[in-house]
Each structure stands twice: as C-alpha cells, then as structure tokens.
Design a protein around this ligand. Structure first.
Ligand SMILES: Cc1cc2nc3c(=O)[nH]c(=O)nc-3n(C[C@H](O)[C@H](O)[C@H](O)COP(=O)(O)OP(=O)(O)OC[C@H]3O[C@@H](n4cnc5c(N)ncnc54)[C@H](O)[C@@H]3O)c2cc1C
Length: 505
C-alpha cells in the first residue's frame, strides 16, 4: 500500500473536486482519465448546484426525494455537507476570479426545486456567472453545452484549480482504470495499461453507464435509450467495484428526457421548456421564455404524456417506457414529436450536448430548425393524413388527437395529461414537422452502494476498506432526482471522503 497516495478515477467534476480536496488535505493524488480530454458529462451540464442553508430541513426534503432507497445517516451526512458548499465554492473561485451567483430558491423566477415536499425551500442555488480573462469558446472548443455556459464555467473553475495544484495532483489522460487491486479485503490500487498502481485509497469518480448498451438493457425498463455526445461513461467503476465485492443500488434510475437521435447515434434532447412547480399558485414569468408548439403521440397516433412536465429534462422519458402486453411492443418507443410552422420559427427544437475532443463535427442545431429538416431528422408534411401515413396509424385517430389538443386542452385546460395552461399552444399551422423521439439518458444514478462516508459497502453493509465513490457512480438518488443534486453530490463526495481518510490517520 502506498501511504498518503490516493488514486482518483475519472476527471469530471467529481474526480476534479475529490483530487483538489484531497490535495488540500495533504494527500498526493493521481487522477486517471480514460478519454483524451477532461470534463466527462459534467462539462455538458447546466451547471446548477445547491448548498443548504438549513441541513435539518434539507434532510427532510432528501428523505422525500429518496423514499426509503437511501438510509437516513447517508442523507444526514449529505445535507450537512451541502451546507459547506457555498464557502467552498467561494474559495475555489479565487483561483481564476470566477463570479458566483447564489440565490434563495424562492427569490427568483426560475424554479430550482420542482417538487414541493417539506424542506424544498431550505436550499441556496448556485452557479458560476462569469469567468474573466479567458475565451471559453476557444479553450473548450470541442464542447457544446445546450443553451448556456454555466456548466462549462463550473468545470473550467475546477480544471484551473487542479492545474494550480500540479505539485500534488498528477493527471494522466488516455489512461482507463482497468480494474482494482484488492489484497486481504482492502483495495490498494488500480490496474491500467501501464501496470499496477498502488495507493492508500481509490476514489471511483468515473461516472455511470450512459454508454453501455448491455447495462442499459439490463437495468432500464425501456429500450433503446440513447445518450448525449460523451462516450467515456461505460460503467467501468461499477463493474470494478462489483468485482471487489460491492453491492449496487439505484440502477434503474436515470436523469433523462425525450429527444431526437442524431444519425451518428447520439441523443439530442428536446428543448423541454422551463421547469415549473405544480404546487406553485402562480407559474413563474420565466415560462414565457420558450413557447412549446408540439405534442408527442404514440405509434397509434394518441397523446400519452404531458409534453411539458414540471421537470421535463429529468422525467420526460418515464411515460415512454411502457411495454404493452396488449400490443406486444413498446408503443411509445419511438414516439413521434409533431410541431408546425409556428413551432419551427419559435426556436430550436433540440439542445445539443457534446464533449469529445475526437469529434469531427461538433454538431450545432440551427436556430430555425432548417438544418434538421434538410438532413431528414424531421419530415415535413402538408396534412395530418400524410403524417398518419408516415407514422402508420389510423388518420382518424390522429385527427381526433389534434382536435382535442387544439380545441379542448389549449382552451379549457389539459385535464387528461396536466400540461400546464401557460404551455399549451395550438399546433395547427401547416406544414407539420415530425421526428421520432426516444428516451434519452442524461446521466445514470445507479452504481456501487455507499455509506455516510461514501465508502463502498458490500451486500451485507460492510465497508470495503480503501474504496470510495463520488459523483454519479452510485449516487444517492434512488427515487426522484433533486435538480442540481448530481453536481452537489460531487462537492459532497470530495468533502466526506477527505474527512473520512483524515479520520483514519
Ligand atoms: C445535459 C445534462 C445537464 C445536466 N445538468 C445538471 C445540472 O445543472 N446540475 C446537476 O447537478 N446535474 C446536472 N446533470 C448531471 C451531472 O452533469 C452529472 O451527474 C455529473 O456531472 C456527474 O459527474 P461525474 O464527475 O460523476 O461524472 P463525469 O463528469 O461524467 O466524469 C466521469 C469521468 O470518468 C471517466 N471515466 C469513465 N470510465 C473511466 C475509467 N475506466 N478510467 C478512467 N476514467 C474513466 C469519463 O471519461 C469521465 O470523464 C446534467 C446532466 C446532463 C447530461
């Protein structure tokens, strides 16, 4: 065992933060990244994270969000550690003068907690708003991050902090962890293509299994489920931990949506509109930002879901995953996104996320959707009868679906699927534009099960000495996901793991 040396596997936010925290506590850190570039899916994220201003209340909220799938002591430790996040971020921001915006979740138009369980207002929302003196578009030219820069700014701040600690953190790219070294019940290092590397502890921060087709088929209800444009996360940490004796949890759960499929096979999630909270008496103004002129129908030409769920970019895939015993198929995979001329001119239908230095073409969605229509991702039709022929459904059923949506849901309210009034815009100005939509995984939540120190535990609850996880590799979210919870977990993991390793000294 190599004392005082910790190997961190994966250089996304969880790995970067763990390396920094451990280095600041006096450890020598080796940070291994499989891909030629850092960032993982973290750099494609929205960049929102949370602190807690009242850990007791936050614990209550986390308990509701997890609904018995994560023990109380883990949630308590998580909530307590969340209270340290704002100060920690202020500290990290000094390295490159990043500007941070903190706000109380109730102070803004933007909804940052979608479900009104007790304690939802106990958080402070955080994001990086400015990164002076650097051209991020050039520095991260192989990254496309949807509609904003916050995710890139956050990861960039962590990257600069790792660079500033080069005397204590050694980074190796193109170096996948191939397995763990375990001796006498203790994890003591990792295997890579260069051989064995020994350490006092190993932190698995190597993401989930978004890009492992077999694991998705084994654990998800629907299939196929497509992932965004980052190819590093293939469940390596989960398999290595299992081989070392780990239990797993939350494997079915993913942060997802519905979206389109680029011809090269990666997903582009639908522009889902802004989030809203069903328990709010007044929908926030920000909802006016994007008008959604589309509905989604199944293979029979019927609507089956609220296309603008409270948190569509987290839950949008869930209604699609039904397998029908009566029809002996997945009638909603793919489903069909149908918009019209108003929709075409109202802004991009999709938001692209990519992080791949090797990509020949960093795909940019056109402002007026014309490129996607030209490429054939969207088909164009003059009438609903033509749309029905393309889908292969009864035209009368599709016409009735549109009649009901345009003349009942948009006027009296969408009582059937509860799409909110402020988001029901008629779809009736030909031509119609149709694309297949699929379940899209943003990130998986499942992986090695962990305790309140983020130590990996075996199926009987015994910690595996020397083995930790952070980030989405075995995250705490086992029921409903709290927005900004995954990036927050990267901060929490770095804190709890470091504290535990120090306590063993
Ligand atoms: C579009 C989108 C928006 C999101 N927005 C938000 C948000 O605003 N707030 C929020 O909290 N969450 C958000 N999330 C979720 C969040 O981005 C992720 O859960 C989080 O970034 C995971 O961080 P990570 O460090 O665990 O994983 P990653 O950032 O994916 O890092 C894992 C790294 O490990 C590497 N790796 C994999 N296998 C190996 C191996 N064998 N050896 C070495 N390296 C390996 C990968 O290449 C990768 O670089 C979003 C997700 C998506 C997709």
């Amino acid at each position: 065992m190599n004392n005082n040396h910790v190997i961190v596997v994966g250089y996304g936010l969880a790995g970067g933060l763990a390396a920094i925290e451990l280095a600041d506590a006096g450890f020598q850190v080796t940070l291994l990244e499989k891909m030629p570039m850092p960032g993982g899916i973290s750099i494609m994220a929205g960049g929102g994270f949370k602190g807690s201003k009242n850990p007791k209340m936050s614990f209550q909220y986390l308990k509701h969000m997890n609904n018995g799938t994560t023990p109380d002591d883990v949630l308590r430790a998580f909530a307590n550690s969340m209270s340290k996040i704002p100060n920690r971020v202020l500290e990290l921001a000094k390295t490159n003068s990043s500007k941070i915006d903190f706000w109380d979740s109730e102070d803004r138009d933007a909804v940052s907690n979608h479900y009104g369980y007790p304690g939802y207002d106990s958080f402070i929302q955080c994001r990086i708003t400015e990164t002076p003196n650097v051209d991020l578009a050039t520095k991260w030219k192989y990254v496309i991050n949807g509609r904003g820069w916050e995710g890139i700014r956050l990861f960039n701040m962590i990257f600069d902090n790792v660079e500033a600690r080069k005397d204590r953190i050694t980074v190796h790219f193109d170096t996948p962890m191939l397995g763990l070294i375990k001796k006498d019940d203790r994890v003591e290092g990792v295997h890579t293509k260069f051989g064995e590397h020994s350490a006092e502890a190993v932190v698995l921060a190597c993401g989930g299994f978004e890009n492992n087709d077999d694991m998705k088929a084994q654990f998800f209800q629907g299939r196929p489920v497509y992932a965004h444009g980052h190819w590093g996360n293939t469940g390596d940490g989960i398999k290595a931990a299992q081989k070392a004796g780990a239990d797993v949890w939350h494997m079915w759960h993913y942060h997802g949506s519905y979206g389109f499929r680029h011809p090269e096979g990666f997903a582009i999630r639908v522009h889902g509109g802004e989030a809203w909270r069903p328990t709010d008496p007044h929908p926030p103004r920000r909802h006016e930002a994007k008008k959604l002129y589309h509905i989604v129908v199944d293979k029979n030409g019927r609507r089956f879901m609220n296309e603008h769920m409270p948190y569509a970019t987290d839950m949008g895939h869930r209604p699609m995953e039904l397998w029908s015993g009566e029809e002996v198929r997945y009638p909603r995979i793919p489903a069909y996104f149908i918009s019209d001329e108003n929709g075409r001119t109202a802004g991009p239908w999709g938001t692209v996320r990519m992080n791949d230095v090797r990509a020949k073409d960093i795909y940019k969605w056109s402002d007026d959707n014309s490129k996607e229509i030209e490429s054939g991702m969207f088909k164009k039709f003059d009438s609903l009868t033509d749309v029905a022929e393309y889908i292969g459904c009864d035209p009368a059923v599709l016409v009735a679906t549109f009649h009901k949506y345009n003349n009942v849901s948009c006027i009296e309210g969408d009582h059937e699927y509860k799409r909110p009034n402020f988001s029901c815009f008629p779809v009736k100005k030909p031509p119609y534009y149709v694309a297949e939509v699929w379940p899209v995984v943003g990130n998986t939540q499942g992986g090695p099960r962990k305790n309140k120190n983020f130590q990996v535990i075996d199926p009987y609850g015994k910690p595996i000495a020397g083995l930790y996880t952070s980030g989405e590799c075995g995250s705490i979210w086992g029921h409903v996901y709290m927005s900004s919870g995954n990036l927050s977990e990267c901060f929490v993991g770095a804190d709890l793991i470091t504290q535990h390793l120090l306590s063993l000294k």
